[in-house]
Design a binder for this molecule. Structure first.
Ligand SMILES: C[S@@+](CC[C@H](N)C(=O)[O-])C[C@H]1O[C@@H](n2cnc3c(N)ncnc32)[C@H](O)[C@@H]1O
Length: 283
């Protein structure tokens, strides 16, 4: 990715930050199984010093803060200033004093070698400018034998939380087919792709775990529609490309496609993610 493309990615996340702040509680709840999966894979426990890369609106940092306790610490990082500011404010509201904040990108982590016990990253690796460099940096800043662990989405078809609305928009608004290695939620869906990157970056004992779970919350289709069309930069752009008269038709088509995932005021989508982990070799 050249620097112009990288700036575009960062600008999109910066514009998304207010919506991620707005929906923080739902994001925490809906994707909690990914946080649990990362904590288990990286064996995070009391007293550990943990790095979170691309922490967005605060997960998994804010949950891990409670697990590592007062003798441990969490270093939250994200390159989008809006994400850092809103998460720092949230940590302040919660009175968390074992979380620190740095605005930085995965490919240039401002920490000395071996600073952390563990590095984790939830749903962010797919946006790294150069994933091999990002993983190499994560390995550099963990201690020898320290774990690096990344949660990424599985295939689009197995994740109707995203595809249901996206596919309907694609019927109405022309969009280019993204390059299969462009920064995108499904960049690391192919089995073995991120695991290969960890191996190339020098990780040992690389493991790819498949996680099937339900994305659940007490939510109507209308609330889901608002959440998705606000949080996603690509949907915001596609909305802007619709003629106003088309909007009710698109929304109704999405409601029809999503109907089976909304029962008695509850949303429940099946989801598939990968948790890819490895260890820094001992010297
Ligand atoms: C889908 S959000 C995930 C946020 C959070 N970890 C979560 O799971 O809710 C992706 C995050 O990756 C961050 N990001 C984008 N490019 C990045 C990079 N080069 N290095 C680190 N993080 C990046 C974005 O700013 C955004 O906060």
């Amino acid at each position: 990715m050249n620097s112009e493309e990288q700036n575009k990615v960062l600008q999109a996340w910066q514009l998304s930050a207010p919506y991620w702040d707005k929906y923080r509680a739902l994001i925490t709840q809906m994707f909690a199984p990914l946080t649990t999966g990362l904590i288990e894979e990286a064996e995070i426990g009391f007293g550990h010093n943990v790095l979170d890369i691309g922490g967005g609106s605060g997960e998994p940092s804010l949950t891990i803060s409670g697990i590592v306790g007062p003798t441990g610490s969490v270093m939250y990082t994200d390159p989008a200033a809006g994400m850092v500011e809103s998460t720092q404010a949230e940590a302040g509201r919660r009175g968390l004093n074992n979380v620190q904040f740095r605005q930085c990108s995965a490919d240039d982590l401002p920490f000395p070698d071996g600073t952390f016990d563990v590095a984790v990253s939830r749903l962010s690796a797919m946006f790294f400018a150069d994933p091999v460099i990002g993983v190499r940096e994560a390995l550099r800043v963990v201690r020898d034998e320290g774990c690096v662990s990344f949660a990424v989405w599985g295939p689009k078809a197995a994740n109707p939380f995203f595809s249901t609305i996206n596919d309907v928009f694609d019927r109405f608004v022309e969009s280019e087919d993204p390059d299969s290695d462009a920064p995108d939620a499904f960049r690391f869906a192919p089995r073995g792709k991120l695991a290969g990157i960890l191996e190339n970056a020098g990780a040992r004992n690389v493991i790819e775990r498949h996680l099937n779970f339900q994305v659940e919350a007490a939510m109507s289709f209308d609330q889901f529609w608002r959440l998705r069309t606000e949080m996603s930069e690509s949907l915001r752009t596609k909305m802007a490309g619709l003629m106003p008269a088309q909007l009710p038709t698109v929304k109704q088509a999405a409601a029809d496609a999503a109907q089976r995932y909304f029962v008695s005021g509850k949303m429940s989508f099946p989801a598939e993610a990968l948790i890819v982990s490895g260890r820094k070799p001992a010297v």
